[in-house]
Design a protein around this ligand. Structure first.
Ligand code: CP3
Length: 326
């Protein structure tokens, strides 16, 4: 192909009218847990825009949910956990579940999605990085500082590591089951990695990403998206991952330099740039491909697509890539 492949983080989501129609009828976890709905939502953006890959509709928080933590998705709040992990006893009580029974619905959704995709495009499975999952399960909800999660790391260091290890063990089993069910690629989302200093990232996030990548990369390509973690690109490139996601605060040139110049990179348009007029999006996408280079590159946004993006602008983003070099 003389052009790079393209997909969008959070491409199955609220900017799509057909997604909102399903959302109006079923609550969030019902959508995740019903294979017919999850597979339908997964293929919606492919049908409309023709991205080069599908990402399974689900959420990173189904993993802590399977570990026994109650999670609500509140309409204007986002994830809310009535009983967050705050004590060493809470960590003790956390299960490393049998994923085939507790998350079997995800595997069923994968099977159903593969049928619908009929080999047209690859299917991406995903999980949260243990640090990002820890942010939610300790904080109890989204946060600007994740101060409670950090306080747990800095005051109960050993127990923080026990918690991260339990999440890691569950995540490895979960992703292996997803691969067995048929996903072609897995992506790890470390959305809150950039909340940590480089030194703290090396202690509380990187080792667990290394474990997961080591366990998976012999079976399937692994993409690591660690938002705000430009300082970790060298170490992330050395994990055995096949590609690294880049956010929009890091230039293509810097990302190539910091990651060592060999690994495939993915990204990195500012999601808010899809609010620009289409002719501007076309210019930015062409420039972005020129800057990253068309080889060892996957076109994407620098984080998930925002809810209010006009459909026409999404089409322009995808079509510009498809026309590149033609
Ligand atoms: O990429 C895709 O289209 C697949 C689906 C997907 C969802 N969540 C569906 C979803 C993926 C890959 C995720 C990952 C996820 N979930 C992350 C990592 C990626 C990122 O954006 O940083 C995180 C941090 C979460 C946790 C989460 N789930 C939050 C913070 C929220 C609320 C805020 C928000 O962005 O909506 C969710 C809910 C959620 N997950 C929605 C969707 C489509 C919206 C709620 C709804 O549909 O009712």
């Amino acid at each position: 192909m003389s052009r790079p492949p393209v997909w969008m983080m959070r491409q199955a989501g609220r900017y799509l009218p057909e997604f909102r129609a399903i959302r109006d009828k079923y609550d969030f976890f019902t959508r995740c847990q019903t294979p017919e709905l999850a597979s339908e939502i997964t293929v919606q953006p492919i049908r409309r825009f023709g991205m080069d890959a599908a990402i399974l509709f689900s959420d990173i928080l189904v993993v802590p949910q399977a570990m026994g933590i109650e999670i609500e998705m509140r309409p204007d709040v986002g994830p809310y956990l009535p009983n967050p992990i705050r004590t060493t006893q809470d960590v003790d009580e956390l299960q490393v579940p049998d994923v085939d029974s507790s998350l079997g619905y995800v595997m069923e959704a994968i099977g159903m999605t593969l049928e619908k995709l009929d080999g047209e495009v690859p299917l991406i499975g995903f999980a949260g990085a243990p640090w990002t999952i820890m942010c939610y399960v300790v904080q109890g909800q989204g946060s600007k500082s994740f101060d409670k999660a950090k306080a747990f790391c800095f005051t109960e260091r050993l127990h923080a590591h026990r918690l991260l290890q339990k999440i890691t063990d569950t995540t490895i089993a979960y992703l292996k089951a997803k691969v067995k069910a048929g996903v072609d690629v897995v992506q790890l989302f470390d959305s809150w990695g950039g909340m940590l200093s480089p030194e703290d990232y090396n202690e509380f996030s990187l080792p667990y990403l290394q474990q997961i990548t080591r366990a998976l990369s012999t079976d399937v390509p692994v993409i690591i998206f660690a938002k705000g973690c430009w300082y970790a690109l060298k170490d992330l490139a050395a994990t055995g991952a096949s590609a690294l996601g880049i956010d929009w605060t890091c230039s293509a040139r810097n990302a190539r330099y910091l990651s060592g110049g060999q690994i495939t990179l993915q990204g990195n348009l500012d999601p808010a740039r899809l609010l620009s007029p289409p002719y501007e999006i076309e210019r930015l996408v062409n420039e972005m491909i020129n800057d990253f280079g068309k080889d060892r590159y996957i076109v994407n946004l620098g984080h998930g697509i925002l809810p209010g993006i006009p459909l026409e602008n999404v089409s322009t983003f995808i079509d510009t890539v498809k026309k590149y070099g033609a």
